[in-house]
Write a protein that binds this ligand. Structure first.
Ligand code: SF4
Length: 250
């Protein structure tokens, strides 16, 4: 059984190297981290203790019908995707996001085998703390790896797993995306340390300005872009935020 928060689309991939592409989203429930600025905290901030990790401090309802936990068979998720788009005859990208989908990688294999078998690309959004197993990796087209920096509020030992990042790099399917805040110089110095330590090829690195509203997203991008380019890193906007602000269904 899979622990799911949302299945939605069609929409555009908002972030990273596939930004703007047509896709459907499967958003899994639960996360092994707790970022202060998380924009999908409804997938994990369901206790007072977890909610206290977020900037807003808001506790979400575990059984909220829209965004709360749905325990589903892989076939039910497939039915839901089929109702949204003809995934068996008009292949697209299925973005599996979270929360942290790698927490459920073994359970996801039957669904992902079915989707990739119909020609869909499978893109995994992960914070890069859990390495993929072979049968899961065989279904994946692209990993969008977003290692968390100190600005996320997570302990270093929880958020930074260089061996996992190296394993994802070695699949040759990974792009690395780092969230930077208004304090972009401090953030970029930390990105540099991670990129050198793992190491990660700079042409696979993008920095992405924080912000769940257009104004913050654009302002942080404008501050950051030249420093990122000078390092050989790309810049990712949050396309869904530019289009729809923080609408969780887009
Ligand atoms: S890793 Fe992602 S889903 Fe988990 S708390 Fe951080 S931003 Fe949210």
């Amino acid at each position: 059984m899979l622990r799911i928060s949302q299945v939605f689309g069609p929409t555009v991939q908002g972030e990273g190297s596939a930004a703007g592409r047509h896709c459907l989203f499967v958003r899994t429930f639960d996360c092994n981290l707790g970022c202060t600025w998380c924009d999908t905290a409804y997938t994990w901030a369901v206790t007072e203790e977890k909610a206290a990790k977020t900037r807003s401090g808001k506790r979400y309802e575990h059984d909220d019908p829209a965004y709360g936990l749905k325990v589903m068979e892989p076939a039910e998720v497939m039915d839901r995707l089929r109702a949204l788009w003809e995934v068996e005859t008009r292949p697209t990208i299925i973005v599996v996001s979270g929360g942290e989908p790698m927490m459920q990688q073994r359970g996801l294999v039957p669904l992902l085998q079915r989707l990739s078998g119909c020609g869909n690309e499978v893109h995994i959004e992960t914070a890069g703390t859990i390495a993929p197993v072979a049968e899961f990796d065989a279904c994946v087209t692209q990993y969008n790896v977003s290692p968390k920096l100190a600005n996320s509020g997570n302990r270093l030992s929880k958020r930074y797993k260089p061996a996992v990042l190296a394993a994802l790099r070695d699949t040759e399917k990974a792009w690395f995306k780092f969230v930077v805040t208004q304090d972009y110089e401090t953030d970029l110095e930390e990105v540099d340390r991670i990129v050198a330590d793992v190491p990660v090829p700079t042409q696979r690195v993008m920095v992405m300005p924080e912000g769940s509203d257009r104004r913050t997203n654009i302002a942080t991008a404008q501050k950051t872009v030249d420093a990122a380019l000078a390092r050989g890193y790309g810049l990712s906007f949050r396309t869904h935020v530019l289009l729809w602000n923080d609408d969780p269904d887009r």
